[in-house]
Design a protein around this ligand. Structure first.
Ligand code: SGN
Ligand code: CA
Length: 534
Protein backbone atom coordinates (compact mmCIF):
# COMPACT_ATOMS: atom_id res chain seq x y z
CA UNK A 1 0.00 0.00 0.00
CA UNK A 2 1.28 3.47 -0.76
CA UNK A 3 0.17 6.81 0.51
CA UNK A 4 0.09 10.09 -1.31
CA UNK A 5 1.59 13.27 0.02
CA UNK A 6 0.32 16.49 -1.52
CA UNK A 7 2.68 19.40 -1.49
CA UNK A 8 2.43 22.80 -3.10
CA UNK A 9 4.98 23.18 -5.87
CA UNK A 10 4.93 25.85 -8.53
CA UNK A 11 1.26 26.41 -7.79
CA UNK A 12 0.50 22.80 -8.71
CA UNK A 13 0.18 19.90 -6.30
CA UNK A 14 3.18 17.63 -6.33
CA UNK A 15 2.30 14.03 -5.68
CA UNK A 16 4.94 11.95 -4.01
CA UNK A 17 4.34 8.39 -3.07
CA UNK A 18 5.96 7.10 0.09
CA UNK A 19 6.25 3.53 1.13
CA UNK A 20 4.36 2.45 4.11
CA UNK A 21 4.79 -0.78 6.09
CA UNK A 22 7.41 0.92 8.26
CA UNK A 23 9.93 1.15 5.43
CA UNK A 24 11.85 4.22 4.41
CA UNK A 25 9.73 7.33 3.79
CA UNK A 26 10.72 10.43 1.84
CA UNK A 27 12.62 13.08 3.73
CA UNK A 28 10.54 15.47 5.80
CA UNK A 29 10.76 18.15 3.16
CA UNK A 30 10.67 16.12 -0.05
CA UNK A 31 12.40 17.65 -3.01
CA UNK A 32 10.52 17.86 -6.30
CA UNK A 33 11.26 14.95 -8.56
CA UNK A 34 13.68 15.22 -11.45
CA UNK A 35 13.45 13.07 -14.55
CA UNK A 36 16.35 11.58 -16.48
CA UNK A 37 14.95 9.96 -19.60
CA UNK A 38 17.57 7.90 -21.44
CA UNK A 39 16.59 6.65 -24.87
CA UNK A 40 18.79 4.68 -27.23
CA UNK A 41 18.28 4.31 -30.93
CA UNK A 42 17.45 0.74 -32.01
CA UNK A 43 18.44 -0.95 -28.74
CA UNK A 44 16.94 -4.43 -28.74
CA UNK A 45 15.78 -5.95 -25.47
CA UNK A 46 17.59 -9.09 -26.65
CA UNK A 47 20.89 -7.33 -25.93
CA UNK A 48 20.06 -6.20 -22.39
CA UNK A 49 20.98 -8.91 -19.93
CA UNK A 50 18.11 -8.26 -17.55
CA UNK A 51 15.82 -9.14 -20.49
CA UNK A 52 17.84 -11.80 -22.26
CA UNK A 53 20.99 -13.52 -21.07
CA UNK A 54 22.01 -15.17 -24.34
CA UNK A 55 24.16 -12.48 -25.86
CA UNK A 56 25.85 -10.02 -23.54
CA UNK A 57 26.03 -8.43 -20.10
CA UNK A 58 24.75 -4.92 -19.42
CA UNK A 59 25.43 -4.43 -15.69
CA UNK A 60 24.60 -0.74 -15.53
CA UNK A 61 21.27 -1.02 -17.30
CA UNK A 62 20.51 -4.11 -15.23
CA UNK A 63 21.18 -2.16 -12.04
CA UNK A 64 18.39 0.24 -12.95
CA UNK A 65 16.07 -2.74 -13.25
CA UNK A 66 17.31 -4.31 -10.01
CA UNK A 67 16.68 -1.08 -8.14
CA UNK A 68 13.55 -0.29 -10.08
CA UNK A 69 11.05 -1.91 -12.41
CA UNK A 70 11.43 -3.86 -15.62
CA UNK A 71 8.48 -3.70 -18.00
CA UNK A 72 8.14 -7.08 -19.67
CA UNK A 73 5.46 -6.03 -22.15
CA UNK A 74 6.55 -2.65 -23.41
CA UNK A 75 5.73 -1.62 -26.99
CA UNK A 76 5.89 1.28 -29.43
CA UNK A 77 3.09 2.69 -31.56
CA UNK A 78 5.05 2.91 -34.84
CA UNK A 79 8.43 1.18 -34.93
CA UNK A 80 10.60 3.87 -36.48
CA UNK A 81 12.75 6.62 -35.00
CA UNK A 82 11.06 9.95 -35.79
CA UNK A 83 7.52 8.63 -35.32
CA UNK A 84 8.45 6.98 -32.02
CA UNK A 85 10.03 10.16 -30.73
CA UNK A 86 6.95 12.13 -31.73
CA UNK A 87 4.69 9.62 -29.93
CA UNK A 88 6.80 9.91 -26.82
CA UNK A 89 6.87 13.71 -26.87
CA UNK A 90 3.13 14.11 -27.45
CA UNK A 91 1.55 11.03 -25.85
CA UNK A 92 -0.36 10.60 -29.11
CA UNK A 93 -0.41 8.15 -31.99
CA UNK A 94 1.33 9.16 -35.24
CA UNK A 95 -1.81 10.26 -37.10
CA UNK A 96 -2.53 12.71 -34.26
CA UNK A 97 0.95 14.17 -33.80
CA UNK A 98 1.42 14.35 -37.58
CA UNK A 99 4.84 12.68 -37.76
CA UNK A 100 4.05 9.37 -39.43
CA UNK A 101 7.36 8.60 -41.16
CA UNK A 102 11.04 9.59 -41.29
CA UNK A 103 11.12 10.25 -45.02
CA UNK A 104 8.66 13.10 -45.25
CA UNK A 105 8.02 14.00 -41.64
CA UNK A 106 8.64 17.45 -40.15
CA UNK A 107 7.55 17.65 -36.53
CA UNK A 108 5.08 20.45 -35.85
CA UNK A 109 6.83 22.01 -32.87
CA UNK A 110 3.92 24.36 -32.20
CA UNK A 111 1.81 21.53 -30.79
CA UNK A 112 1.45 20.54 -27.16
CA UNK A 113 4.36 18.39 -25.96
CA UNK A 114 5.62 16.84 -22.75
CA UNK A 115 8.58 19.23 -22.37
CA UNK A 116 6.30 22.25 -22.85
CA UNK A 117 3.89 20.97 -20.20
CA UNK A 118 6.82 20.36 -17.87
CA UNK A 119 8.14 23.86 -18.48
CA UNK A 120 4.73 25.33 -17.72
CA UNK A 121 4.81 23.31 -14.49
CA UNK A 122 8.08 24.89 -13.42
CA UNK A 123 10.55 22.40 -14.86
CA UNK A 124 13.85 23.03 -16.60
CA UNK A 125 14.05 20.84 -19.68
CA UNK A 126 16.90 19.75 -21.93
CA UNK A 127 17.16 17.67 -25.09
CA UNK A 128 20.61 16.20 -25.73
CA UNK A 129 21.59 13.82 -28.54
CA UNK A 130 19.52 12.32 -31.35
CA UNK A 131 16.43 14.36 -32.12
CA UNK A 132 15.58 13.32 -35.69
CA UNK A 133 12.38 15.35 -35.97
CA UNK A 134 13.72 17.81 -38.58
CA UNK A 135 12.23 21.03 -37.15
CA UNK A 136 14.10 22.77 -34.33
CA UNK A 137 13.24 21.45 -30.86
CA UNK A 138 10.67 23.46 -28.91
CA UNK A 139 9.85 23.31 -25.22
CA UNK A 140 13.46 22.99 -24.06
CA UNK A 141 15.48 25.36 -21.92
CA UNK A 142 18.53 23.81 -23.52
CA UNK A 143 18.93 21.73 -26.64
CA UNK A 144 22.06 20.27 -28.13
CA UNK A 145 21.18 17.75 -30.79
CA UNK A 146 22.99 15.50 -33.25
CA UNK A 147 22.46 16.35 -36.90
CA UNK A 148 20.11 13.86 -38.61
CA UNK A 149 21.03 10.34 -37.54
CA UNK A 150 24.25 11.60 -35.97
CA UNK A 151 27.74 10.18 -36.49
CA UNK A 152 29.63 7.76 -34.29
CA UNK A 153 32.96 9.58 -34.47
CA UNK A 154 33.54 13.30 -33.88
CA UNK A 155 29.84 14.07 -34.31
CA UNK A 156 28.30 17.36 -35.30
CA UNK A 157 25.78 18.84 -32.87
CA UNK A 158 23.44 21.78 -33.24
CA UNK A 159 23.53 23.60 -29.93
CA UNK A 160 20.54 25.89 -29.89
CA UNK A 161 21.01 26.73 -33.55
CA UNK A 162 24.81 26.82 -33.54
CA UNK A 163 26.91 24.06 -35.16
CA UNK A 164 29.40 22.43 -32.80
CA UNK A 165 31.76 19.55 -33.64
CA UNK A 166 32.72 17.45 -30.66
CA UNK A 167 35.80 15.28 -30.82
CA UNK A 168 35.32 11.78 -29.50
CA UNK A 169 32.89 8.90 -29.61
CA UNK A 170 29.21 9.76 -29.92
CA UNK A 171 27.90 7.98 -26.82
CA UNK A 172 30.65 9.49 -24.64
CA UNK A 173 30.34 13.03 -25.92
CA UNK A 174 26.55 12.97 -25.74
CA UNK A 175 26.83 12.00 -22.08
CA UNK A 176 29.42 14.74 -21.55
CA UNK A 177 26.98 17.34 -22.87
CA UNK A 178 24.20 16.00 -20.65
CA UNK A 179 26.33 15.94 -17.51
CA UNK A 180 27.66 19.42 -18.26
CA UNK A 181 24.09 20.67 -18.43
CA UNK A 182 23.20 18.96 -15.16
CA UNK A 183 26.32 20.45 -13.55
CA UNK A 184 25.33 23.91 -14.71
CA UNK A 185 22.00 23.79 -12.91
CA UNK A 186 21.63 25.73 -9.73
CA UNK A 187 18.61 26.91 -7.87
CA UNK A 188 15.54 25.07 -6.83
CA UNK A 189 13.89 24.21 -10.10
CA UNK A 190 13.52 20.51 -10.86
CA UNK A 191 14.63 19.29 -14.26
CA UNK A 192 13.78 16.83 -16.96
CA UNK A 193 16.69 15.69 -19.11
CA UNK A 194 16.08 13.84 -22.36
CA UNK A 195 19.31 12.00 -23.13
CA UNK A 196 19.04 10.37 -26.54
CA UNK A 197 21.95 8.28 -27.79
CA UNK A 198 22.59 7.67 -31.47
CA UNK A 199 23.87 4.21 -30.58
CA UNK A 200 23.34 1.43 -31.54
CA UNK A 201 21.89 2.60 -34.88
CA UNK A 202 23.20 1.23 -38.14
CA UNK A 203 26.08 0.89 -39.08
CA UNK A 204 26.98 -0.23 -35.56
CA UNK A 205 30.43 1.35 -35.25
CA UNK A 206 31.95 0.52 -31.87
CA UNK A 207 34.11 2.75 -29.74
CA UNK A 208 37.81 1.95 -30.21
CA UNK A 209 38.12 0.46 -26.73
CA UNK A 210 35.31 -1.98 -27.53
CA UNK A 211 36.62 -3.27 -30.85
CA UNK A 212 36.89 -7.02 -30.65
CA UNK A 213 35.04 -7.26 -27.33
CA UNK A 214 32.96 -10.19 -28.60
CA UNK A 215 35.42 -11.86 -30.94
CA UNK A 216 35.64 -14.92 -28.74
CA UNK A 217 31.91 -15.31 -28.60
CA UNK A 218 29.93 -17.45 -31.00
CA UNK A 219 26.41 -16.08 -31.00
CA UNK A 220 23.64 -18.68 -31.22
CA UNK A 221 21.80 -18.44 -34.52
CA UNK A 222 18.14 -17.55 -33.94
CA UNK A 223 15.78 -20.45 -34.63
CA UNK A 224 14.01 -18.38 -37.28
CA UNK A 225 17.16 -17.17 -39.07
CA UNK A 226 16.30 -19.20 -42.17
CA UNK A 227 12.60 -18.32 -42.11
CA UNK A 228 11.05 -19.09 -45.53
CA UNK A 229 8.20 -16.61 -44.91
CA UNK A 230 5.63 -19.07 -46.16
CA UNK A 231 2.09 -17.77 -45.54
CA UNK A 232 3.46 -14.23 -44.93
CA UNK A 233 3.79 -12.16 -48.08
CA UNK A 234 4.82 -8.86 -46.44
CA UNK A 235 7.37 -10.68 -44.32
CA UNK A 236 8.89 -12.05 -47.51
CA UNK A 237 8.82 -8.83 -49.53
CA UNK A 238 10.95 -6.72 -47.16
CA UNK A 239 14.54 -5.67 -47.82
CA UNK A 240 16.07 -6.05 -44.39
CA UNK A 241 17.47 -9.51 -44.63
CA UNK A 242 20.91 -10.19 -43.21
CA UNK A 243 21.45 -12.69 -46.00
CA UNK A 244 20.20 -10.63 -48.94
CA UNK A 245 20.40 -6.98 -47.88
CA UNK A 246 23.06 -6.50 -45.22
CA UNK A 247 26.10 -5.10 -46.93
CA UNK A 248 29.46 -6.59 -46.00
CA UNK A 249 31.21 -3.31 -46.78
CA UNK A 250 28.91 -0.67 -45.34
CA UNK A 251 27.38 -2.66 -42.51
CA UNK A 252 30.18 -5.06 -41.71
CA UNK A 253 33.16 -2.86 -42.58
CA UNK A 254 34.89 -5.29 -44.95
CA UNK A 255 36.29 -2.64 -47.29
CA UNK A 256 39.90 -3.10 -48.19
CA UNK A 257 42.08 -0.26 -49.39
CA UNK A 258 41.86 -1.34 -53.01
CA UNK A 259 38.06 -1.73 -52.96
CA UNK A 260 38.32 -5.32 -54.12
CA UNK A 261 35.68 -6.75 -51.81
CA UNK A 262 32.45 -7.67 -53.49
CA UNK A 263 29.16 -8.76 -52.11
CA UNK A 264 28.49 -11.98 -53.98
CA UNK A 265 24.90 -12.34 -52.79
CA UNK A 266 23.99 -8.87 -53.93
CA UNK A 267 26.01 -7.59 -56.89
CA UNK A 268 24.12 -4.30 -56.85
CA UNK A 269 26.07 -3.34 -53.77
CA UNK A 270 29.49 -3.94 -55.27
CA UNK A 271 30.07 -0.29 -56.03
CA UNK A 272 30.34 0.58 -52.34
CA UNK A 273 33.89 1.55 -51.53
CA UNK A 274 36.07 1.88 -48.50
CA UNK A 275 35.31 5.57 -48.06
CA UNK A 276 31.67 4.78 -47.26
CA UNK A 277 32.60 4.50 -43.63
CA UNK A 278 36.40 4.39 -43.48
CA UNK A 279 37.57 7.92 -43.63
CA UNK A 280 41.19 8.15 -44.74
CA UNK A 281 42.20 11.65 -43.86
CA UNK A 282 45.33 13.75 -43.89
CA UNK A 283 47.16 13.60 -40.55
CA UNK A 284 45.79 15.79 -37.87
CA UNK A 285 42.82 16.98 -39.86
CA UNK A 286 39.42 16.66 -38.25
CA UNK A 287 36.56 16.36 -40.66
CA UNK A 288 33.26 16.54 -38.79
CA UNK A 289 31.60 13.17 -38.42
CA UNK A 290 34.71 11.33 -39.55
CA UNK A 291 37.52 9.62 -37.76
CA UNK A 292 40.74 11.49 -37.16
CA UNK A 293 44.00 9.79 -38.11
CA UNK A 294 44.60 8.25 -34.69
CA UNK A 295 41.10 6.83 -34.54
CA UNK A 296 41.50 5.60 -38.10
CA UNK A 297 44.76 3.84 -37.25
CA UNK A 298 43.23 2.03 -34.28
CA UNK A 299 40.22 1.09 -36.38
CA UNK A 300 42.39 -0.26 -39.18
CA UNK A 301 44.56 -2.20 -36.76
CA UNK A 302 41.47 -4.09 -35.72
CA UNK A 303 39.66 -4.46 -39.06
CA UNK A 304 42.50 -4.95 -41.56
CA UNK A 305 43.33 -8.50 -40.40
CA UNK A 306 39.60 -9.36 -40.37
CA UNK A 307 39.25 -8.06 -43.90
CA UNK A 308 42.21 -10.12 -45.08
CA UNK A 309 40.74 -13.19 -43.43
CA UNK A 310 37.34 -12.54 -44.98
CA UNK A 311 38.83 -12.18 -48.46
CA UNK A 312 40.84 -15.36 -48.10
CA UNK A 313 37.88 -17.36 -46.86
CA UNK A 314 35.77 -16.51 -49.92
CA UNK A 315 32.61 -17.60 -48.14
CA UNK A 316 29.46 -18.59 -49.98
CA UNK A 317 25.88 -19.61 -49.18
CA UNK A 318 25.02 -20.38 -45.57
CA UNK A 319 28.63 -20.00 -44.46
CA UNK A 320 28.57 -16.39 -45.69
CA UNK A 321 25.13 -15.75 -44.14
CA UNK A 322 26.23 -17.05 -40.78
CA UNK A 323 29.50 -15.16 -40.92
CA UNK A 324 27.46 -11.99 -41.56
CA UNK A 325 25.26 -12.74 -38.56
CA UNK A 326 28.27 -13.21 -36.29
CA UNK A 327 29.94 -9.98 -37.43
CA UNK A 328 26.68 -8.06 -37.06
CA UNK A 329 26.19 -9.33 -33.53
CA UNK A 330 29.80 -8.60 -32.59
CA UNK A 331 29.67 -5.01 -33.80
CA UNK A 332 26.23 -4.34 -32.38
CA UNK A 333 27.03 -5.74 -28.93
CA UNK A 334 30.33 -3.85 -28.88
CA UNK A 335 28.39 -0.63 -29.45
CA UNK A 336 26.14 -1.51 -26.50
CA UNK A 337 29.21 -1.84 -24.25
CA UNK A 338 29.67 1.91 -24.55
CA UNK A 339 25.97 2.57 -23.97
CA UNK A 340 26.02 0.55 -20.79
CA UNK A 341 29.19 2.27 -19.58
CA UNK A 342 27.60 5.66 -20.16
CA UNK A 343 24.41 4.69 -18.36
CA UNK A 344 26.78 3.92 -15.47
CA UNK A 345 28.31 7.39 -15.77
CA UNK A 346 24.90 9.02 -15.53
CA UNK A 347 23.99 6.88 -12.52
CA UNK A 348 27.29 7.67 -10.79
CA UNK A 349 26.80 11.39 -11.40
CA UNK A 350 23.34 11.33 -9.86
CA UNK A 351 24.62 9.30 -6.93
CA UNK A 352 27.60 11.57 -6.29
CA UNK A 353 25.31 14.57 -6.30
CA UNK A 354 22.79 13.01 -3.95
CA UNK A 355 20.15 12.99 -6.64
CA UNK A 356 19.12 9.34 -6.67
CA UNK A 357 16.70 10.14 -3.90
CA UNK A 358 14.70 12.61 -5.98
CA UNK A 359 15.33 11.57 -9.58
CA UNK A 360 13.34 9.17 -11.72
CA UNK A 361 15.55 7.34 -14.24
CA UNK A 362 13.91 5.88 -17.33
CA UNK A 363 15.75 3.66 -19.80
CA UNK A 364 14.21 2.80 -23.14
CA UNK A 365 14.77 2.68 -26.90
CA UNK A 366 12.92 4.33 -29.78
CA UNK A 367 11.90 0.82 -30.85
CA UNK A 368 13.05 -2.76 -30.74
CA UNK A 369 15.34 -4.37 -33.29
CA UNK A 370 15.73 -7.69 -35.04
CA UNK A 371 18.84 -9.59 -34.06
CA UNK A 372 18.58 -12.11 -36.87
CA UNK A 373 15.06 -13.33 -36.04
CA UNK A 374 13.31 -14.09 -39.35
CA UNK A 375 16.74 -13.45 -40.86
CA UNK A 376 16.25 -9.71 -40.29
CA UNK A 377 18.07 -6.67 -39.03
CA UNK A 378 16.18 -3.31 -38.65
CA UNK A 379 12.64 -2.95 -37.23
CA UNK A 380 9.39 -1.41 -38.64
CA UNK A 381 7.26 -4.56 -38.49
CA UNK A 382 4.59 -5.17 -35.89
CA UNK A 383 6.34 -8.47 -35.22
CA UNK A 384 7.37 -8.81 -31.61
CA UNK A 385 11.13 -8.07 -31.77
CA UNK A 386 10.49 -4.73 -33.42
CA UNK A 387 7.14 -3.80 -31.83
CA UNK A 388 8.52 -4.32 -28.35
CA UNK A 389 11.00 -1.94 -26.77
CA UNK A 390 12.94 -2.20 -23.54
CA UNK A 391 11.58 -0.10 -20.68
CA UNK A 392 13.05 0.19 -17.22
CA UNK A 393 11.95 2.74 -14.64
CA UNK A 394 13.96 3.39 -11.51
CA UNK A 395 11.91 5.52 -9.16
CA UNK A 396 13.76 7.60 -6.55
CA UNK A 397 15.29 5.93 -3.50
CA UNK A 398 12.60 5.19 -0.98
CA UNK A 399 10.03 3.99 -3.47
CA UNK A 400 9.18 0.36 -3.59
CA UNK A 401 7.96 -0.54 -7.05
CA UNK A 402 7.24 -3.98 -8.51
CA UNK A 403 10.29 -5.84 -9.83
CA UNK A 404 8.38 -6.53 -13.04
CA UNK A 405 5.28 -5.05 -14.61
CA UNK A 406 3.68 -7.37 -17.14
CA UNK A 407 0.79 -5.16 -18.25
CA UNK A 408 1.04 -3.90 -21.83
CA UNK A 409 2.39 -0.35 -21.97
CA UNK A 410 3.23 1.73 -25.02
CA UNK A 411 5.42 4.76 -25.71
CA UNK A 412 2.33 7.03 -25.91
CA UNK A 413 2.06 6.34 -22.16
CA UNK A 414 5.39 7.95 -21.27
CA UNK A 415 4.19 11.58 -21.38
CA UNK A 416 1.14 11.11 -19.14
CA UNK A 417 3.14 8.91 -16.76
CA UNK A 418 5.88 11.50 -16.35
CA UNK A 419 3.32 14.27 -15.88
CA UNK A 420 1.49 12.29 -13.23
CA UNK A 421 4.70 11.32 -11.43
CA UNK A 422 5.67 14.98 -11.05
CA UNK A 423 2.15 15.99 -10.08
CA UNK A 424 1.16 17.90 -13.21
CA UNK A 425 -2.23 17.54 -14.85
CA UNK A 426 -2.54 15.31 -17.92
CA UNK A 427 -4.39 17.11 -20.77
CA UNK A 428 -7.53 15.36 -21.99
CA UNK A 429 -6.33 14.99 -25.55
CA UNK A 430 -3.31 12.87 -24.63
CA UNK A 431 -4.05 9.35 -25.89
CA UNK A 432 -1.64 7.39 -23.71
CA UNK A 433 -2.39 6.38 -20.14
CA UNK A 434 -0.27 7.03 -17.09
CA UNK A 435 1.23 3.81 -15.76
CA UNK A 436 2.08 5.39 -12.41
CA UNK A 437 -0.64 3.26 -10.76
CA UNK A 438 1.14 0.16 -12.04
CA UNK A 439 4.41 1.41 -10.55
CA UNK A 440 2.51 1.88 -7.31
CA UNK A 441 1.67 -1.80 -7.39
CA UNK A 442 -1.97 -1.54 -8.47
CA UNK A 443 -3.47 -4.55 -10.12
CA UNK A 444 -3.98 -3.84 -13.85
CA UNK A 445 -7.47 -5.33 -13.92
CA UNK A 446 -8.51 -3.44 -10.80
CA UNK A 447 -7.70 -0.13 -12.51
CA UNK A 448 -9.19 -1.17 -15.85
CA UNK A 449 -5.83 -1.21 -17.64
CA UNK A 450 -5.99 -1.66 -21.41
CA UNK A 451 -6.25 -5.15 -22.82
CA UNK A 452 -5.21 -4.34 -26.38
CA UNK A 453 -2.65 -2.18 -28.15
CA UNK A 454 -2.93 -0.33 -31.43
CA UNK A 455 -0.08 -0.09 -33.95
CA UNK A 456 0.30 1.76 -37.26
CA UNK A 457 3.38 1.88 -39.49
CA UNK A 458 3.42 4.14 -42.59
CA UNK A 459 6.86 4.41 -44.16
CA UNK A 460 6.39 2.75 -47.56
CA UNK A 461 7.55 2.91 -50.32
CA UNK A 462 10.89 3.42 -48.61
CA UNK A 463 14.15 1.84 -47.55
CA UNK A 464 13.72 -1.78 -46.38
CA UNK A 465 10.36 -2.07 -48.18
CA UNK A 466 8.23 -2.90 -45.18
CA UNK A 467 4.61 -2.50 -46.28
CA UNK A 468 2.30 -0.12 -44.47
CA UNK A 469 0.33 -1.89 -41.80
CA UNK A 470 -1.79 -1.42 -38.75
CA UNK A 471 -2.93 -3.90 -36.19
CA UNK A 472 -4.07 -4.91 -32.77
CA UNK A 473 -2.22 -6.93 -30.15
CA UNK A 474 -3.92 -8.51 -27.17
CA UNK A 475 -2.23 -10.56 -24.45
CA UNK A 476 -2.52 -13.59 -26.69
CA UNK A 477 -3.06 -12.58 -30.31
CA UNK A 478 -1.60 -10.28 -32.89
CA UNK A 479 -3.67 -9.30 -35.93
CA UNK A 480 -2.19 -7.03 -38.59
CA UNK A 481 -3.30 -5.71 -41.94
CA UNK A 482 -0.70 -4.86 -44.59
CA UNK A 483 -2.05 -2.39 -47.14
CA UNK A 484 -1.14 0.06 -49.90
CA UNK A 485 0.25 -2.07 -52.75
CA UNK A 486 -0.66 -5.24 -50.89
CA UNK A 487 -3.81 -6.37 -49.07
CA UNK A 488 -2.85 -9.04 -46.60
CA UNK A 489 -3.90 -9.94 -43.10
CA UNK A 490 -1.77 -11.87 -40.63
CA UNK A 491 -2.99 -13.45 -37.42
CA UNK A 492 -0.70 -15.03 -34.85
CA UNK A 493 -1.40 -16.95 -31.68
CA UNK A 494 1.47 -15.74 -29.53
CA UNK A 495 0.82 -18.41 -26.93
CA UNK A 496 1.46 -21.29 -29.34
CA UNK A 497 3.57 -19.46 -31.91
CA UNK A 498 5.64 -16.75 -30.18
CA UNK A 499 8.03 -16.58 -33.14
CA UNK A 500 5.12 -15.59 -35.43
CA UNK A 501 5.78 -18.15 -38.15
CA UNK A 502 2.26 -19.50 -38.67
CA UNK A 503 -0.16 -17.01 -40.13
CA UNK A 504 -3.56 -18.29 -39.02
CA UNK A 505 -5.57 -15.72 -40.93
CA UNK A 506 -8.18 -17.43 -43.06
CA UNK A 507 -7.51 -20.90 -41.66
CA UNK A 508 -10.56 -22.97 -40.71
CA UNK A 509 -11.66 -22.54 -37.12
CA UNK A 510 -10.29 -19.01 -36.70
CA UNK A 511 -13.33 -17.16 -38.12
CA UNK A 512 -14.90 -16.18 -34.79
CA UNK A 513 -11.56 -15.16 -33.30
CA UNK A 514 -10.74 -13.08 -36.37
CA UNK A 515 -14.13 -11.37 -36.29
CA UNK A 516 -13.83 -10.42 -32.67
CA UNK A 517 -10.26 -9.14 -33.10
CA UNK A 518 -11.34 -7.11 -36.13
CA UNK A 519 -14.19 -5.62 -34.14
CA UNK A 520 -11.78 -4.68 -31.36
CA UNK A 521 -9.36 -3.27 -33.90
CA UNK A 522 -12.06 -1.02 -35.38
CA UNK A 523 -12.97 0.14 -31.89
CA UNK A 524 -9.36 1.10 -31.26
CA UNK A 525 -9.25 2.97 -34.56
CA UNK A 526 -12.36 4.85 -33.47
CA UNK A 527 -11.00 5.47 -30.00
CA UNK A 528 -7.76 6.91 -31.35
CA UNK A 529 -9.52 8.49 -34.31
CA UNK A 530 -7.24 6.99 -36.92
CA UNK A 531 -8.73 7.91 -40.30
CA UNK A 532 -6.95 5.08 -42.15
CA UNK A 533 -8.86 1.83 -41.98
CA UNK A 534 -8.29 0.47 -45.51
C1 SGN B 1 18.78 4.78 -42.03
C2 SGN B 1 19.29 3.34 -42.17
C3 SGN B 1 18.13 2.35 -42.18
C4 SGN B 1 17.18 2.60 -41.04
C5 SGN B 1 16.72 4.03 -41.08
C6 SGN B 1 15.72 4.42 -40.02
N1 SGN B 1 20.05 3.19 -43.38
O1 SGN B 1 18.15 5.20 -43.19
O2 SGN B 1 18.67 1.05 -42.15
O3 SGN B 1 16.08 1.75 -41.12
O4 SGN B 1 17.87 4.87 -40.94
O5 SGN B 1 16.21 4.20 -38.74
S1 SGN B 1 21.56 3.76 -43.46
O6 SGN B 1 22.12 3.21 -44.71
O7 SGN B 1 21.50 5.20 -43.49
O8 SGN B 1 22.29 3.29 -42.30
S2 SGN B 1 15.63 5.03 -37.56
O9 SGN B 1 15.94 4.33 -36.33
O10 SGN B 1 16.25 6.33 -37.58
O11 SGN B 1 14.19 5.10 -37.78
CA1 CA C 1 15.60 3.89 -34.16
Amino acid sequence: MSKKILLPFGGIPLILTAQSCGEKTPAEQPKPLNIVYIMCDDHSYQTISCYDRRYMETPNIDRLAEEGTRFTNSFVANSLSGPSRACMLTGKHSHKNGFTNNEHGVFDGSQQTLPKLLQEGGYLTAMVGKWHLVSDPTGFDYWDILTGQGDYYNPVFIREGERVVRRGYSTDVTTDVALDWLSSLGGDKPFCLFLHYKAPHRSWMPDLQDLGAYDDKEFPLPDTFYDDYSTREAARKQEMSIIADMNVIYDLKMADRENTIHTPDNPALESYGRDLYRKDLPDGELVPGRMDSLQQAAWDAYYDPLIAEFKAANLKGNALSEWKFQRYMRDYCSVINSVDRNVGRVYDFLKEHGMLENTVIIYTSDQGFFMGEHGYFDKRFMYEESFRTPLIVRMPDGWKTPADIDAMVQNIDYAPTILEIVGLPVPEDIQGKSFLPLLQGKDPSAIGWRKALYYHYYEYPAEHSVRRHYGIRTARYSLMHFYNDIDEWELFDLATDPAELHNLYGTPGTEALTDSLKTELRLLQELYQDPITE
